[in-house]
Structures are given as C-alpha cells and as structure tokens.
Design a protein around this ligand. Structure first.
Ligand SMILES: [Zn+2]
Length: 418
C-alpha cells in the first residue's frame, strides 16, 4: 500500500511539473558570420544617425496610456511603408503588421508598447549628452518601437525571407494592465506559437509572469475620546498586531519559481490625537512567481485578519487582488526560447544578464495562455517612469542585434507540443 502511494505520488509530481524540457539552444555563433546577418548589422551601422533621429522624433510624440492615437497613426504608416501585410489599427488602438512566412513556420507575436506613464505631459524634448538620451519615455518603451521598426528594415534590406510568420504589434495600455495586448489576444483568430515582448532593460530576461496579490485591510471600531477609552477596541492596535504577524509569514526566496515577497507600504487612520480612531488601514504589496504561493499567503492574510479582529473586537474589510495572477510554464527556463536568448546575450557580451520568472511585461499575456513567452530588452537605462528617464544609444544597437539574431535563430524552432 505504502509503495503504491509512493508511485502514485511520483506520477502526480510528474503531472504537476510536466515533463522536463531538454531543448537545445538554437543560436550558433557561426550564424553571425552569415551574409544575412552581416548585411543586417552593417545596415544598422550605416543608418546610425537616422535611427537616433527617428528615436528622438517618436519619443517627442506624447503617448500616455489611453491617448496613443498619434503614435498609432505613425506606426501604421511605418508598417505600411515597410510593406507588411494586414496592417490595421484594431478597435483598441493596437497597430498590427504581418510579415508572412511559410506554412510550416511558427506564428510568432512580437509586441512593443506605445503608451507611457506620463499623463498630462504635453510637450517632450529629448536632450542628448554623449551616449545618453534623456526624456520621459525615451526607454520605456519607445526604444523598443524603434528596435522593432529598424530590425524589420535591416532584415528586409538583408534579404531575409522568413519561414516563420511574424505578427508585429504596437500596443496600447500596457502600463495600465496590458489592456491592449489582452484585447488583441481575445480577438485574434490565429493561435500563436511564441510571444516576444520587446520591453525591459537589456539583459533582463523574464520567462514567467510575476503575480500580484496584495491589497488593503481596514479595521473599524466605535471610537471614543481618550478619557473614555479604557477597554474600547482600537483599530490601531489591530493594525499593529496584523503587521507583526504578516511578517511572520514565510515568503520563499528560492527556488526562483516560488519566489515571493510581501511588504506593508502604507498605514494610516484616525483624525485627532485625543481619540480612539474609528478606522485604521494598512496596505499589503504581495508578489510571487507562484500562483500557489500567492493563494496560500492570501489565505494566511485572511486568517490573520480574522483572528486579530476577533481578539481586538473590531471589524475589518479586506480586499486582495485577484486580477493579476502568476503564470509559470513548466520547464520554460530550459526551453529553446530562453536558452537561445541567453546565448545571444552572452555572445553580444551584454552586461548584467539576469534570468528569472518574475516578469511584468506583455509576455505575461502569452504565458497566461500557456504559450512560451519571453521579453527582449531595449537598451540600458535609468529612472524609468520618471521625468528624468535616460537611455543609452550604444545599448539600443546591441538590443537590435539581439532581436535580429533571435529572429534568425528562431527560424529553426522545433515542433511545439501545444
Ligand atoms: Zn514597459
């Protein structure tokens, strides 16, 4: 009986984890000396100034989430000029262009987002200081739109005739919950084999989706003047107890697929110093690579709040996010997709390569569908989401080479079992 249970456990484990992938990297350094890649790279070098000018031009078109129209019109025109097929702006405002390949090829979706976080910024002026460009949105994610445009141009110029079919997508609303990408997936007739999100710093590779499960706890009591407060329930005490207990919850730091963190970022409540507050709140930021951990800890948070409320004789409201789950694909780290990308980054001598399952890019939308997905960085940068955002010019050229090598390597992508 015991033996039977053990073997059943083994089967269950394999079922839960899925078969281990043992893919090979598709990148071989000799591809770099092929005439195609040589031509594509030299095209980029020859057009250096044009590319930088184009980058500045596009950055100076303000494009906060919800108002991407002007950039969308521009991207549509570019996709048309490039001769892409099925160029259109969908009902959400995403711009699509297709580079058709052959029937036996894969269907690969490549996205870069048009929106920025800079609501209300009406005029943007890029400043250049040596190798660095400075302006809100210069990196995130305008640099990726430029990478997209110019890698397509370079590959066309070099005579690339793909086996795979590429669906290029300039998206809206990435910064407000991937709304454009999600809508595109819902409306798409095609089933995609791979998703590449052009986003993030160069060298940062995310093959899984980080989940968010935090929220807000509010404790409420009757309140009282300090002089009449003996024995009166105090929501502030409940908050204090809760914080102490939240930090006793175990948040795994390893393995990376279960990596989890919890932070109490805000507390507040009460109106005056001489009364017991009627209401005190705290916020919880909870993030995990694992949906199972996320849900487990959410249950523990609920339990803690229930117990504390009972002990302190207060009532509570608890709202924990369910809108942004974690997604991991079994064996993704060992998949040809991730191995190929990491090999390319090493080959290009990209500094500070980090590979983890903690992504917050549009690749998450692919992962949620069970599709192998990864992000490809845009350049090196600093201060993203702030008005003093910076991005490096050299890094952009490295990032474009990364994309070109990736697309050419993916021509040999193996059969996928989904
Ligand atoms: Zn971004």
């Amino acid at each position: 009986m015991a033996k039977k249970l053990v073997s059943l456990g083994g089967v269950l484990l394999i079922f839960l984890l899925g078969p281990a992938r043992a893919d090979k990297s598709l990148f071989t350094p000799d591809v770099v000396t092929s005439p195609l890649i040589k031509k594509a790279f030299s095209f980029l070098e020859k057009n250096r100034d044009k590319i930088i000018t184009n980058w500045i031009y596009l950055t100076e078109i303000p494009s906060p989430s919800g108002n991407e129209g002007e950039r969308a019109a521009y991207m549509r025109q570019i996709f048309k000029n490039l001769g892409l097929h099925q160029v259109q702006i969908d009902s959400q405002g995403n711009v699509q262009g297709v580079w058709p390949g052959r029937k036996e090829g894969k269907r690969i979706l490549i996205s870069a987002h048009m929106d920025t976080v800079f609501q209300g910024v009406k005029s943007i002026k890029v400043r250049r200081e040596g190798n660095v460009l400075k302006a809100p949105g210069i990196g995130d994610d305008t640099a990726s739109l430029i990478n997209l445009i110019w890698t397509i141009k370079a590959l066309q110029e070099a005579g690339f005739q793909p086996v795979n079919t590429y669906y290029f997508l300039a998206t809206v609303g990435e910064e407000i919950g991937f709304v454009g990408m999600k809508a595109y997936f819902e409306g798409a007739k095609e089933k995609f084999d791979l998703v590449l999100a052009l986003d993030g710093d160069l060298g940062k590779v995310h093959y899984g989706a980080l989940g968010f499960g935090g929220g807000k706890v509010v404790y409420k009591g009757p309140g009282a003047h300090t002089m009449q407060s003996r024995g009166i329930p105090n929501p502030a005490v409940a908050v204090a107890k809760t914080i102490t207990r939240l930090y006793q919850i175990e948040c795994p730091a390893s393995p990376l697929e279960r990596w989890t963190i919890l932070n109490v970022g805000m507390i507040g409540g009460g109106r005056v110093t001489n009364a017991v507050p009627q209401e005190v709140f705290l916020t919880i930021d909870l993030r995990s690579a694992s949906q199972e951990e996320l849900e487990k800890i959410q249950a523990q948070i609920q339990q803690i709040c229930r117990e504390v409320a009972k002990e302190e004789k207060v009532v509570f409201d608890l709202n924990l996010r369910k809108d942004s789950p974690a997604y991991q694909i079994s064996g993704a780290r060992e998949s040809f997709l991730v191995k190929t990308l990491v090999d390319i980054l090493n080959y290009l001598k990209v500094k500070d390569i980090e590979v983890d399952p903690l992504g917050s890019t549009e690749a998450n939308v692919g992962l949620a569908q069970g599709i192998l997905s990864v992000n490809l960085g845009r350049t090196y940068g600093r201060f993203k989401h702030s008005l003093r955002e910076e991005a490096e010019i050299e890094g952009l050229f490295l990032a474009m080479k990364q994309i070109i090598l990736m697309l050419v390597s993916l021509e040999k992508a193996p059969k996928l079992d989904y």
